[in-house]
Design a protein around this ligand. Structure first.
Ligand code: FMN
Length: 163
């Protein structure tokens, strides 16, 4: 049973979460960064997990395009969808719902909001300015939810096909 995790990241948080998730799954897990690698061959995998992050209200275009281009095939897989962002609660859920289509959300065996990080060391001048103004923080913060990652992995394992 092969698992694929595809993700995009701007400052490394989603990549970190993809690795954390891999650590909680058994079997062969490949991780592909959609930005640096080409689009993977989905027919090689029974399970596909897709992760992106939110910047100024939007998930990365590459995630959106990947989901749109492969929607029919993704609906034949065991599917997981996750998102990194710093908003919480209702706002985070709205961002999640806007990031992934209704059809994919309805099909997904696992969905997760994994929290996020503000990593000032990796932001450019403008990003720092936006984050200081909008979020009111002056330095790096990490709010990755290990609990959400664990719950996602448990939901997924419960829904994996036998064998
Ligand atoms: C310029 C900027 C804008 C952001 N805008 C949002 C936002 O609109 N909503 C939100 O929930 N988080 C926002 N965030 C927080 C990111 O989602 C968070 O930093 C996330 O961990 C980034 O993951 P990545 O490093 O994998 O891209 C923003 C972060 C930056 C730097």
């Amino acid at each position: 049973m092969k698992i694929l995790i595809v993700y995009t990241t701007r400052h490394g948080c989603t990549e970190k979460c993809a690795e954390k998730l891999r650590g909680r799954l058994n079997g062969e897990v490949d991780i592909v960064n959609l930005k640096s690698a080409g689009s993977p061959t989905l027919s090689d995998y029974e399970t596909v997990l897709i992760g992106g992050s939110i910047h100024v209200g939007q998930v990365q275009k590459k995630i959106r395009a990947f989901c749109l281009d492969h929607e029919a095939e993704l609906k034949q897989k065991t599917l997981g969808l996750f998102l990194c962002c710093m908003e919480e609660g209702k706002k985070a859920q709205e961002q999640f719902d806007a990031a992934f289509s209704k059809a994919l959300r309805a099909h997904a065996a696992a969905q997760g909001l994994f929290g996020g990080e503000f990593d000032f060391s990796r932001m450019n001048f403008l990003e720092r300015k936006i984050v200081k103004k909008v979020a009111g923080v002056e330095g790096s913060v990490s709010r990755i939810s290990e609990e959400a990652i664990e719950r996602f992995a448990a939901d997924l394992v419960r829904n994996l096909p036998e064998g």
